[in-house]
Design a protein around this ligand. Sequence first.
Ligand code: FES
Ligand code: FES
Length: 158
Amino acid sequence: MSRTTVPVTITVDGTRYTDEVEPRTLLVHYLREQVGKVGTVVGCDTSNCGACTVHLDGRSVKSCNVLAVQADGSEITTVEGLEKDGVLHPVQQAFHDCHGLQCGYCTPGMIMQSIDLLNENPDPSEEEIRSGLEGNLCRCTGYHNIVKAVQQAAGGAR
Ligand code: FES
Ligand code: FES
């Protein structure tokens, strides 16, 4: 009989999980359905919107574009792993302060991508912020307050 699942061990937001997954299971579905990290959302399933963005070993990835088996042995950080001891991550705080969201659907992915952008470039220009967030779509805000939030977070890091 052929085997239909394979074991994976993945650390998610600091906790190590060992689970059986189907080889075709997408990382985003593993995170939401098996680990319960429903803060990571699915906006398109076709790598367009960026709503599913998480960090895989410290770099942002669209988790609908990665198989769970490809993340075996990795560390994943989701938006739910950013808050520490009740204190929001500076980028979360900046989105809150600058009203960088309306419906909030894009926000988990925007925040994860913004953190990656600031890790790479701690002092980005407005143009660099807009181009760094190009893969993340927002249907509500017109991006203006999202850019302001990233600028505020960058200012705080200076
Ligand atoms: S759900 Fe992954 S890019 Fe849209
Ligand atoms: S706040 Fe609604 S999609 Fe961005």
